[in-house]
Design a binder for this molecule. Structure first.
Ligand code: FMN
Ligand code: SF4
Ligand code: SF4
Length: 274
């Protein structure tokens, strides 16, 4: 198995997954003495084509976990936009301090089903995009040190490979289980599928940044105070608005966030699989 490139491909609405996937890709590339390149398919324009790899590639593929799985609106791209053709892969998910549930095993299995041979995997705790109270500042120094150690072991494993490896064993249900049901502070399901961010017209200066960063292309450039398409609650428009003009006020959504803040404040650790 003669590797020539380490690559990365990821969906990352607010940057956590990008940071983790690039750090893993770069560390593995350095360890193997190979060049590294990354592709970001967060925006719709970057999901038009197919990313085709081959046996000379090791590809770090990343996504945040939404409701315990691959974000459901991104799943079709993971199924039809990535072709392994015998490439090695390292599936990586980030999660916001609750749990990655079946997100990593789902990504592992989708990659295996589409021509990749998974050699290692990681579920990495990161700040929760819904609130600054869950895992703020993560991944932190300790996470990044553990990440470097993981990458060292991945390099060792890859250098010792004599044949195609068995799919990496990761935590989760196989076949993959249902999506996590978000709960409210009353312990009952919090239904906020149709919630969309609102805009404070007194703060918004119509700069259009939110329209450019929406992974669903749901904010029109000529009317950035509206959301005309599907909203997946990714928070990109909220986090990237320079005027802090966007916000969610849906009661079920806010109740879910309050429930998470109450019940998932403890430190969740990253999990590494080889
Ligand atoms: C719609 C949605 C659902 C989420 N569901 C979960 C979850 O089930 N478990 C969890 O621990 N974090 C969950 N998170 C938090 C993200 O996985 C976490 O903040 C991630 O690092 C964000 O990655 P990004 O910065 O690359 O977008 C969710 C975030 C969003 C937007
Ligand atoms: S990014 Fe903020 S200020 Fe700019 S158009 Fe969008 S809501 Fe308005
Ligand atoms: S409108 Fe919804 S999907 Fe689009 S960036 Fe904002 S939170 Fe994400």
């Amino acid at each position: 198995m003669e590797l020539k490139h380490v690559k990365a491909a990821f969906y990352s609405a607010t940057g956590n997954t990008e940071k983790v996937v690039k750090a893993i890709g770069q560390a593995i590339a350095e360890g193997l003495g190979l060049p590294f390149e990354a592709f970001d398919f967060t925006l719709p324009a970057n999901r038009q084509g197919v990313l085709s790899y081959g046996p000379e590639d090791l590809v770090v593929v990343g996504t945040p976990v939404y409701a315990g799985r691959i974000p459901n609106k991104m799943l079709p791209y993971f199924q039809s936009g990535l072709e392994g053709n015998g490439a090695l892969a390292v599936p990586v998910v980030t999660f916001g301090n609750r749990n990655f549930d079946n997100g990593l095993i789902e990504l592992r299995s989708e990659l295996e089903a589409h021509g990749f041979h998974t050699v290692a995997g990681a579920g990495v705790a990161a700040s929760h995009v819904f609130t600054d109270k869950l895992a703020p500042g993560r991944p932190d120094e300790a996470d990044m040190a553990a990440l470097q150690e993981f990458c060292r072991k991945v390099c060792e494993k890859v250098q010792g490979l004599q044949e195609i490896p068995a799919p990496v064993a990761v935590r989760g249900d196989d076949p993959v289980g249902p999506y996590y049901t978000p709960l409210g502070t009353d312990g009952k399901p919090a239904v906020f599928l149709k919630a969309k961010p609102k805009t404070d017209p007194a703060k918004c200066d119509n700069c259009g940044i939110c329209a450019k960063v929406c992974p669903m292309g749901s904010i029109p450039a000529d009317a950035p105070q509206t959301v005309t398409g599907i909203c997946i609650k990714c928070q990109a428009c909220i986090k990237k608005c320079p005027q802090q003009a966007k916000y969610f006020d849906d009661p079920a959504f806010l109740s879910h966030v309050a429930m998470l803040e109450t019940n998932y404040a403890r430190r969740a650790e990253a999990e590494w699989f080889l």
